[in-house]
Write a protein that binds this ligand. Structure first.
Ligand SMILES: Cc1cc2nc3c(=O)[nH]c(=O)nc-3n(C[C@H](O)[C@H](O)[C@H](O)COP(=O)(O)OP(=O)(O)OC[C@H]3O[C@@H](n4cnc5c(N)ncnc54)[C@H](O)[C@@H]3O)c2cc1C
Length: 332
């Protein structure tokens, strides 16, 4: 029997100094998994600049985390692949979790493969579901063959690692208060000269990824929008509704929308309260990125478009007439 025990979650700190929401989604799922693993302990790895822990403390306590391993240093103001992965590897070797979960954010996608390859274990990336099978293994499900099939993947080595995109799992809906233990750790990896110097971070307003992550209303456009000007019309509608704009891959490939707002299998997964799909046909690769939205509204001129199969409300017609009409009514 394996000596590995427990679930370790990576608690990503964002540039705005909060714990990324994907961490709480993973914590919710970890609570479910832990129940099937004899209520094993759930730990978190936190790498942060000094003096920030108090801002994060309640988040850990209220989301079922039993232990937080904290590494603090001035150098942790900015993410660094080499240092962060070395710290994670040390911690895994020390506490030997049987499962390690990381959010599939830009940072997580960079970090997770480094850790798994150094530990000679497997990593299932971009999972859409996680469960524990009858042999008490992590059963990690993700799309394969261009989204046509779902594969459930088992990992033979420890820890069993997986990444999950933001919004794939539900956030913590009730408090799972724990008597969380906070453990300060030290590392000499901060001494490594990685040869990297971060000069500045430039945030692009239009393409702010966090907007899609937190938006309650997303107005999304596809090929049917036709032009970059058409996307400005979507932005007007989104602004009036207090939402933000998303796009299909074809709209991105056409150069009328930025890649950072692409929704779907090779873009972002979103879970807003309302998703308005405008001129999007509803290909499976798009659907997997938005199907968990609370309410889906589709505007499409083709009454047989597959998007209507997932829509709660469908409007058949020309979006160039319908959207300006909506905008004008909202303005009034
Ligand atoms: C490996 C792989 C990964 C992929 N990843 C993604 C992904 O992450 N996200 C994604 O979106 N796609 C992805 N795709 C592409 C996907 O298969 C589809 O090609 C794409 O989603 C189609 O985009 P669309 O709906 O904008 O365009 P189309 O399929 O061309 O649909 C356009 C729709 O607009 C409607 N329309 C046209 N004019 C109007 C009008 N005036 N008024 C109203 N409706 C109108 C049409 O009736 C049509 O239904 C992926 C494909 C592959 C193979």
């Amino acid at each position: 029997m394996s000596e590995n025990k427990g679930i370790l979650l990576y608690a990503e700190v964002t540039r705005d100094k909060y714990i990324h929401t994907v961490f709480f989604e993973l914590a919710n799922k970890a609570l479910e998994l832990s129940k099937k693993l004899d209520n094993c302990k759930i730990s978190a790895l936190l790498i942060t600049e000094p003096g920030q822990l108090e801002n994060y403390r309640d988040g850990f306590v209220n989301s079922g985390i039993d232990r937080v391993y904290i590494y603090e240093d001035e150098k942790f103001k900015n993410y660094n692949t080499e240092i962060y992965s070395k710290i994670a590897i040390d911690l895994v070797n020390e506490i030997k979790p049987e499962i390690m979960l990381i959010g599939a954010t830009n940072q997580g996608r960079d970090l997770a493969p480094r850790i798994s390859s150094a530990l000679h274990t497997g990593l299932t990336a971009d999972c859409t579901d996680l469960d524990i099978n009858e042999k008490l293994q992590l059963a990690a499900t993700r799309p394969t063959f261009g989204g046509q099939l779902m594969a459930t993947i088992l990992c033979k080595k420890m820890p069993q690692m997986a990444t999950v995109r933001p919004k794939v799992f539900k956030p913590m809906d009730e408090n799972a208060v724990r008597n969380t233990e906070f453990i300060n750790k030290t590392t000499n990896h901060t001494q490594i000269d990685t040869g990297i110097e971060i000069i500045d971070f430039v945030r692009t307003l239009e393409n702010d990824l966090n907007e899609l992550d937190s938006a309650e209303i997303i107005v999304s456009g596809g090929r049917g929008i036709g032009t970059a000007e058409g996307f400005k019309m979507l932005k007007d509608l989104a602004d009036l509704l207090g939402g933000t704009v998303g796009a299909s891959r074809v709209a991105v490939d056409m150069g009328i929308a930025d890649k950072s707002i692409q929704i779907g299998q090779t873009g972002k997964t979103v879970r807003p309260k309302i998703y308005i799909a405008c001129g999007i046909s509803g290909a499976i690769q798009h659907i997997v990125g938005m199907q968990d939205s609370d309410k889906i509204i589709a505007i499409n001129s083709d009454e047989n478009a597959p998007i209507f199969n997932v829509a709660d409300l469908g409007i058949v017609g020309d979006l160039n007439q319908i959207i300006p009409e909506l905008i004008s009514r909202l303005k009034n």
